[in-house]
Ligand binder design. Structure first.
Ligand SMILES: Nc1ncnc2c1ncn2[C@@H]1O[C@H](COP(=O)(O)OP(=O)(O)OP(=O)(O)O)[C@@H](O)[C@H]1O
Ligand SMILES: [Mg+2]
Length: 254
């Protein structure tokens, strides 16, 4: 199965007592195994809604969403990384990493061993007995990603995971997370407001419109495949791709 995520003619309408809000309209895209797909679009256009469909939290009003060839079961094959790292302050870093595994009743020792390997690989050796408050923002985000990785999800969903970080830290963490996702051969969907960040990390970027959300264009940047964010930013193609995405975002026509 090469195409891990398939959206086929997906429409979604939120129903409330008073009204119906059509949010997604005819969304079609696929994400292949190992690919990093970006979603950029105006605030409130439906980006988080697309992630909720992939994780099986909600179902489409019409059309189909398939992950790994079947409709997603609630959070079964995907892991979430959110804007805030959501680490619990009263648990040690290792306690936080093991939280998802505890909820899923996975083998604690095996998960712990995997966590130790990942901590070592990603420069966090020795922090397992410390608490999240003793770490920098960037380290906390890496812990949060390790907590997701130990669950061995097939898909990682990143919903603006860097927006709470300051600019310097952000550059660093974008590089770290890219490195972790590629090295673990993860398939990921990455939501961001920041065009720079999308080009820094993704293989393709879908530019979305709002009310209702449609895909205006999917921009292929696989020419940057394997090139880390810090090198992409100084590549002369970066500005051209930036312009392409910005022009597409600003263009009102279909
Ligand atoms: N549970 C819900 N019930 C009704 N309307 C909803 C619900 N969740 C989201 N919406 C509406 O659907 C639209 C899309 O919301 P969504 O959260 O997917 O946008 P977004 O692109 O992630 O926004 P942001 O960039 O601000 O995070 C918004 O207009 C929002 O008000
Ligand atoms: Mg959102």
């Amino acid at each position: 199965m090469d195409e891990l995520i398939v959206f086929d003619k997906v429409y979604l309408t939120y129903h409330t007592k008073e009204s119906e809000t059509p949010v997604l309209s005819d969304i079609n895209f696929t994400v292949s195994k190992g690919e990093l797909m970006g979603l950029v679009g105006p605030s409130g256009c439906g980006k988080t809604t697309i992630l909720s469909l992939i994780s099986g939290i909600i179902a489409p009003t019409s059309g189909s969403v398939l992950t790994g060839g079947s409709p997603p079961q609630k959070c079964d094959i995907s892991g979430y990384m959110l804007q805030k790292d959501e680490l619990l302050p009263w648990r040690t870093n290792m306690g936080n990493i093991l939280l998802g595994a505890e909820i899923k009743k996975l083998d604690r020792q095996k998960t712990k061993q995997k966590a130790i390997q990942l901590l070592k690989k990603y420069d966090l050796e020795g922090v397992e007995k410390h608490y999240p408050s003793q770490l920098s923002g960037g380290m906390r985000q890496r812990i949060a990603l390790i907590r997701t990785l130990v669950l061995a999800p097939q898909i990682i969903l990143l919903d603006e995971p860097f927006s709470a970080l300051d600019f310097q830290t952000r550059l660093q963490v974008v590089g770290d997370v890219y490195n972790m996702l590629k090295s673990e051969e993860m398939t990921a969907v990455f939501v961001t407001h920041d065009i720079n960040e999308a080009i820094s990390m993704c293989d393709r970027v879908a530019v979305l419109s709002s009310k209702p959300c449609r895909i205006k264009k999917i921009i292929d940047i696989s020419e940057f495949n394997g090139i880390p964010p810090s090198e992409r930013r100084v590549n002369k193609r970066f500005v051209e791709i930036y312009d392409d995405i910005l022009t597409t975002m600003q263009n009102d026509g279909e």
